[in-house]
Design a protein around this ligand. Structure first.
Ligand SMILES: [Zn+2]
Length: 323
């Protein structure tokens, strides 16, 4: 499969480009590179770049990829449809936002939070309920920002996170929900997070786990093998990327997603008649409203800003040449 204008990527831990084995060949065509493919929560369609794994670090990445310079435009035009999932996500993310608020000293300290890739800002609404006094969001999709609730819309910058967008050392916490594995330069983004955090501030990263049971069983058919995912992390590789960029890992593990039974019925691959019957049963019995906690293949990490960033120790981090 040949696509014009693809550029090589490098391991975000050791910086090498060649020291990798191929996991899956590319499945995309030129026509696949459009804004729809970069929309939040679109249906899985198995379009992906060639995927490789670093021989030294085990970090999985897409290679080669479309010029990251065009990615901003793709995400700016991308759509936004979380449908009925937002309630489940608010409950799942809220659990971690509460942890962050406690680490920031609790409500009386009036902590501040930045969410990068905040979509319509639903997690910012939740963050206020969980003890954050000030919330800010950064989100490139104009459609997503236009759907934000009025009371958080003014707190959202419609932009890509980039150097100089926000003042240094102003946030107690930064969170990245289901976006860090979309980023073409994880070291660069972590440096921006490090910069805007106050000394001792915390970062929360939550995304897919490439070593989750479903990912190991489904392999290339897993929905996480996707053109949107520049990197795919395991608990070990996510920790190493954070440590290399000025954070101490304080906590990490698998994510228990909060979901209602009716949402599982919606996800299940049932024929329409059975699906309708399942929905009727959920509605008439109240079973549908029951909440469960399930490990749906995600991981999280909470890191704390150290006094020295990875970049200051090695100014060419992420840009270094092959050894
Ligand atoms: Zn590596």
């Amino acid at each position: 499969v040949g696509i014009a204008g693809l550029v090589p990527t490098r391991c975000a831990i050791c910086g090498t480009t060649e020291n990798a084995i191929e996991l899956y060949p590319a499945s995309l065509r030129d026509a696949d590179l459009n804004p729809t493919i970069f929309s939040a929560r679109r249906s899985p369609d198995r379009v992906h770049y060639r995927m490789v794994r670093c021989r030294s670090c085990a970090l999985v990445r897409s290679d080669p990829i479309a010029d990251p310079g065009n990615l901003g435009a793709l995400y700016q035009q991308s759509g936004f449809d979380y449908s009925q999932e937002v309630d489940n996500l608010r409950a799942t993310y809220g659990h971690f936002l509460a942890k962050l608020a406690v680490r920031a000293g609790g409500g009386e300290k009036m902590p501040s939070l930045l969410e990068i890739g905040c979509g319509n800002g639903f997690a910012l609404v939740e963050a206020r309920l969980r003890g954050f006094h000030t919330v800010r969001g950064v989100e490139p999709s104009t459609e997503a920002v236009s759907k934000a609730a009025l009371d958080v819309r003014a707190a959202i910058l419609c932009d890509m996170m980039r150097p100089g967008l926000l003042e240094a050392e102003q946030f107690d916490s930064v969170c990245l929900f289901q976006m860090f594995d979309h980023v073409p330069d994880p070291g660069g983004l972590l440096h921006e997070c490090w910069t805007v955090l106050k000394p001792g501030g915390h970062i929360l990263i939550l995304n897919h786990n490439v070593e989750a049971f479903s990912a190991r069983v489904l392999r290339e058919r897993s929905p996480i093998v996707d053109i949107e995912h520049t990197y795919l992390y395991s608990p070990a590789t996510l920790s190493r990327v954070c440590v290399a960029n000025g954070f101490a890992v304080r906590e990490s593990g698998r994510v228990w997603n909060r979901v209602r039974v009716e949402y599982l019925a919606h996800l299940a691959p049932l024929p329409p008649m059975l699906r309708r019957a399942a929905r009727r049963t959920c509605d008439s019995t109240g079973i549908g409203r029951i909440k469960l906690a399930l490990p749906l293949g995600n991981l999280y990490l909470i890191g704390q800003k150290l006094p020295i960033s990875g970049r200051q120790e090695s100014p060419d981090h992420g840009l270094r040449k092959e050894p």
